[in-house]
Design a protein around this ligand. Structure first.
Ligand SMILES: Cc1cc2nc3c(=O)[nH]c(=O)nc-3n(C[C@H](O)[C@H](O)[C@H](O)COP(=O)(O)O)c2cc1C
Length: 353
């Protein structure tokens, strides 16, 4: 049997295989209170029944003023825990490990949420809004929002969380020497730019149970791949248990050159390079479509897990079909964007998935 379908352990939890369903927002399935709906429950139930080893539930807002959309799932108050608990239950009871991605959009918080998004520094955005540079007191409050979100996720029954540190969102903004222009202890040097996440990790490692998985989505080209590998090593030291390598805020020419013999894109390549520099498990992601591709990456030891996003949106049985060498449904790569950003029910494969 391919190594992709071989079980492993993570912080004492059995993970039945190396296939991960990564965080994929399902906008317009919740109300303005960010509560889990019937659509979410059915969606995640299907994907865990479909045989993945781990489900990382979509970006869930830790603070209503850091949401990506008014209908984003939320974890900033106790009323949201009941629905999240049902969500964890549908995933766990179908044999998958459940993580919840916790998120603050920072300067990417849209106008529909706030006129004044917060960020490490103050600057003008392309839509004319000006970001508010966080005071030290406000930094502390947002760090506590991350802690409270993790505590709620644990209370809801998730096996762990994934901190969203990629894709240009708040934590990624702190790590970026371009966007983080602070003159205090949260900006400037490498250590200072890492301070925001370091202080969050200190609270999490102190207050969450020993077997609670602390994952991190890493924008590994921040500010370039060498810098991203240094950050990865620092995250490991802070107590991160699992690194999910994706894109971040790169400087000019920050996409690494992929060697001709590596048949996947630069994001997967970054994951394979990060995997060589840390001892914690690494999830590879981006553009991996078929089970044989995922098998090749795991067999070559390029990563420890492989995440399949759009592939599993269009085929919830991707993992079981792969294990039986069956063909999976193709994703149409819709333009200008994937329908799940608008409403997943409009995805051309929604009913087949
Ligand atoms: C509709 C959609 C929603 C997404 N939502 C999230 C999210 O909530 N959090 C996150 O970190 N990445 C998100 N992503 C990025 C995916 O997790 C993944 O990295 C990306 O789709 C590339 O993987 P794929 O080629 O296997 O789809 C999203 C991508 C899409 C297309």
């Amino acid at each position: 049997m391919s190594l992709l379908y071989k079980s492993t352990h993570l912080k004492g939890h059995l993970v039945r295989n190396r296939v991960v369903f990564p965080p994929m927002v399902c906008f317009n399935w919740s109300d303005n209170y960010g509560i889990v709906s019937k659509l979410h429950l059915e969606h995640y139930e299907k994907r865990s029944v479909g045989g993945v080893g781990m489900v990382i539930v979509e970006a869930t807002a830790i603070n209503p003023l850091g949401r990506l959309a008014p209908s984003q799932l939320g974890i900033w108050n106790e009323q949201q825990v009941d629905g999240l608990s049902r969500l964890a239950d549908v995933i766990n009871s179908n044999g998958a490990i459940s993580l919840l991605q916790i998120h603050h959009a920072g300067d990417k918080t849209p106008k529909s949420v706030t006129e004044e998004p917060v960020a490490p520094s103050s600057y003008i955005l392309s839509d004319g809004r000006k970001t508010k540079s966080l005071t030290k007191g406000e930094i502390k409050m947002i760090q506590l929002d991350f802690l409270e979100a993790a505590l709620r996720a644990e209370k809801a029954g998730f096996h762990g969380i994934e901190i969203h540190g990629a894709h240009g969102y708040l934590i990624n903004q702190f790590l970026s020497p371009t966007l983080n222009q602070r003159k205090d202890e949260y900006g400037g040097t490498f250590e200072n730019r890492l301070r925001f996440i370091k202080e969050v990790m200190e609270m999490l490692t102190d207050q969450l149970p020993e077997n609670f998985i602390l994952g991190y989505r890493h924008g590994a080209n921040t500010p370039d791949l060498d810098g991203g590998m240094e950050i990865a090593k620092a995250l490991e030291k802070m107590g991160v248990d699992l690194l999910h390598v994706s894109a971040g805020i790169g400087e000019a020419d920050a996409h690494p050159t992929v060697p001709a013999e590596f048949p996947y894109n630069w994001i997967v390549y970054m994951g394979s390079e990060v995997q060589k520099t840390v001892d914690i498990p690494v999830i590879l992601v981006n553009g991996i479509r078929t089970p044989p591709e995922a098998e090749e990456l795991i067999n070559n030891n390029d990563g420890d897990f492989v995440a399949i996003g759009r592939g599993i949106l269009v085929d919830s049985k991707w993992s079981v079909k792969g294990a039986e060498s069956k063909t999976v449904n193709p994703c149409h790569r819709c333009r200008p964007r994937c329908y799940y950003i608008v409403d997943g029910r409009k995805c051309p494969q929604y009913t087949n998935a």
